[in-house]
Design a protein around this ligand. Sequence first.
Ligand code: NAP
Length: 241
Amino acid sequence: MNRYGLIGKNISYSFSQKFFEDKFKKENIDDCSYQIFDLNEISEVERIFNSNEIRGLNVTIPYKEKIIPFLDKISPEADEIGAVNCVKITKGLKIGYNTDVIGFEISLLNWIETNRPNALILGSGGAAKAVRFVLNRLGINNKTVSRNGVFTYSDLNQKIIGKHQLIINCTPLGTFPDTEKHPEIPYEHLTSEHYLFDLIYNPAKTKFLVLGQENGAKIKNGFEMLEIQAEKSWEIWQQFL
Ligand code: NAP
C-alpha cells in the first residue's frame, strides 16, 4: 500500500481526503490511500515519516513553514517563498515543494485572462507569500495589507481601492464555521471593474465575496486552486518512482 495524507491542526473539515479518495476510485487506483493526520505539534510528523509506506504529504495550517526543518531538500520555489505544502518521500529523502503557487497562478489566469490589474493581498501568512510570488512573476503590481504591517486595513480608502482592482483574501476570515467574519475593507468603494479572489473554498461564497458581489465586483473562490494544487501534488509524488 502507498500511503498519502494531509498534516495540519484541526483539519477534519478538509476537502483533500475526499478529493483523493474520489480520484483513486475514478481512476481505479487500488494500491493507494489518503488520510488526515491532525497533529498537535509539528514534531509528531517524525512518527509519520518513520512509517514505511508513506509516500507523500500535503501540509496545511499551521505547519507550512514549521515543516521545513524536518525536510532534507526543498525546491527553489518553496525555498524562495518560505512555505511548503507538498512533501515527497522517496529513497529515504523528504523533499518539500509548493504547489499553491501553480494552483493560484492557473486559477487566477483562467479568470483574469490578459488583464493585469494592480493587486492588494490581504494577510501575510504562508498562502499570501505564494500569492505574492505569483503576482510578481506575472508582473502584477501588488501591496500586502496586514494588521501590523506598514500598510494596514485603516489605510484602505476610496483612492487606494480605486487603484487596486484585484483584491485577494489570504486570511482565514469567513471560513466555516465562522462564516460571518470578513476582512475589514471598505466594500462600498468597489466597482464592476474589481476582481475579488478568496482563497477560502468552504463556504463556496464567503461574506467577503457576498459583499464584493453586492457592490458589483466579479468574484472567485479557492476551489479551483485547491483542485489544481492537489493534482500537482499527485504528479510530483508519481515522478521518478
Ligand atoms: P496563515 O499562515 O495562518 O496566515 C493567515 C494570515 O491571515 C495571517 O498571517 C494574518 O496576516 C491574517 N489573519 C489571521 N487572522 C486574522 C484576523 N483575525 N484578522 C485579520 N487578518 C488575520 O494561513 P495561510 O496558510 O496563509 O492560509 C490562509 C487562508 O488561505 C486559509 O483560509 C486557507 O485555508 C486558505 N488557503 C487556500 C488554499 C486553496 O488551495 N484554496 C491554499 C492555501 C491556503 P497579518 O498578521 O499580516 O494580518
